[in-house]
Design a protein around this ligand. Structure first.
Ligand SMILES: Nc1nc2c(ncn2[C@@H]2O[C@H](COP(=O)(O)OP(=O)(O)O)[C@@H](O)[C@H]2O)c(=O)[nH]1
Ligand SMILES: [Mg+2]
Length: 428
């Protein structure tokens, strides 16, 4: 079994590295968020019995596969740290001996014994040093074996049911709405156990890969822009956020801005919200740049910026996104993704709006989506932190702060509803 650790900014990026380095058969032992992004530990030729053997006593507390994978990942991290420390010790000893050798070679009274050269040549010069180095090398070699997994021969296990389990699991994950690629790669991580256990473990891996933003915009304040295609729910979401803000903090410290000067009557809906809530609405145009407007609104605690749903073929597309990305104010730009979009559309929309330097996304129309796997798989692969999700047209009710595990649970509920509807239809 070959174990490796990968770190990257996003889960999508990390999975790409895994696929490139280890191929499609790599099993993900664990994934976790780190300060730098995400870390995944993978294995080739993963075998649960072998993993238990290697962990020894420690494996007893692992009553399920995912705990076992966690323990293995911990052990792997510890071994890697130990390996790093051993390398460091070798380097120190080498440097020390080289310095001593150099000192000795300058001394006219005590000329160095043997050859006072670099690195390995010194082994010949000092038996103590040679012994020390050999011991450390052996230590490194055994650690490397343990990390790489070459130390224990895998026992022969019956692997016959595994492909069937993985196949059924992959099918179920696709029913959930995940892409065949992602379903396959999640399913291949499950090498034993019942379908239900594999299903639960796969959903946990999915939830661990979904980033969410802990920031509550309404309390933290700042400038937030929503970008995305027409009809994705940008203006409605701004209406929900604005209404909730006014209910909580009053209207005085809030302002709405729109950069949509490209379509006739583009701002009407936003002006309606402004009027109802008693909040000013400012429009970016030829005589008022976004930066100028934000300067004027610098006393506002929260500024919500609506934008035009332009695509790369539209006039003004680049202009609008560049003014967000290059603003001298800190603008947190979020992509609004409708959960009802096709996965391919979500990806192309993401590529289209990346230029605005996206800080995260808002998932909308969760209530209208048949399954949620499409949008959850998308945010996981894109590595976009989800700030909020919306599940209806009610203002401000249908807006929620996003958390990964509840979102995945919502997806599971949705799949169950789908199955129920299906069986009713078949019975009718
Ligand atoms: N069912 C449902 N409809 C939504 C949701 N969010 C927005 N909408 C509707 O989607 C349509 C387009 O929304 P709008 O905010 O105008 O999209 P924009 O073009 O991105 O600004 C409107 O009819 C909204 O009421 C949601 O979460 N659920
Ligand atoms: Mg709009």
């Amino acid at each position: 079994m070959k174990v490796r650790r990968f770190t990257a900014n996003t889960m999508g990026e990390a999975l790409r590295h895994v696929r490139e380095a280890m191929g499609d058969d790599a099993v993900i032992l664990s994934s976790r968020k780190t300060d730098e992004g995400v870390e995944i530990v993978t294995a080739l030729d993963y075998d649960e019995d072998m993993a238990r053997q290697r962990l020894g006593e420690a494996a007893r507390e692992a009553t399920n596969g995912s705990r076992l994978a966690e323990l293995q990942a911990e052990q792997h991290r510890r071994l890697e740290q130990e390996l790093g420390r051993s390398r460091e010790r070798i380097r120190e000893v080498r440097e020390q001996r080289a310095a001593e050798g150099a000192e000795a070679s300058w001394s006219p009274v005590t000329p160095p014994r043997g050859v006072a050269g670099r690195g390995d040549e010194l082994v010949a010069a000092s038996p103590d040093y040679a012994g020390e180095l050999a011991k450390m090398r052996a230590e490194i070699s055994s650690l490397r074996d343990m990390v790489g997994g070459g130390a224990v021969q895998p026992p022969v296990t019956a692997s016959e049911p595994v492909p069937a389990l993985q196949q059924r699991l992959s099918e179920r994950l696709q029913e959930f709405g995940l892409s065949p690629d992602l379903s396959g790669s999640l399913a291949r991580q499950q090498r034993s156990g019942r379908l239900e256990d594999g299903w639960k473990r796969s959903l946990k891996v999915l939830a661990a890969g979904i980033r969410t933003s802990r920031r509550e915009w309404l309390d933290e304040g700042g400038s937030y822009a929503l970008v995305g295609p027409t009809g994705s729910g940008k203006t409605t979401t701004i209406g929900k956020l604005a209404a909730r803000y006014v209910l909580k903090h009053g209207a005085d410290s809030l302002a709405l801005v729109t950069t949509d000067r490209y379509r006739v009557a583009a701002h009407e809906q936003l002006f309606v919200f402004g009027r109802i809530l008693g909040v000013p609405v400012r429009v970016v145009d030829e005589s008022h740049s976004l930066d100028d407007i934000l300067d004027e609104l610098s006393d506002r605690h929260l500024v919500l910026i609506d934008t035009a749903g332009l695509t790369s073929s539209d006039k003004g597309y680049e202009e609008q996104l560049t003014e967000l990305a290059r603003s001298r104010h800190r603008i947190n730009t979020h992509l609004v993704v409708s959960a009802t979009s096709q996965p391919r559309i979500m990806k192309s929309v993401w590529h289209c709006y990346k230029m605005a330097e996206l800080a995260g996304c808002v998932m909308t129309k969760i209530d209208e989506a048949l399954t949620l796997g499409e949008s959850l798989g998308f945010v996981m692969e894109a590595g976009l932190p989800v700030a909020y999700y919306t599940d209806g047209q009610k203002i401000p009710g249908d807006l929620h702060h996003a958390e990964a595990a509840p979102l995945v649970r919502l997806g599971v509920e949705r799949l169950k509803e789908l199955h129920r509807a299906h069986s009713v239809a078949q019975g009718a």
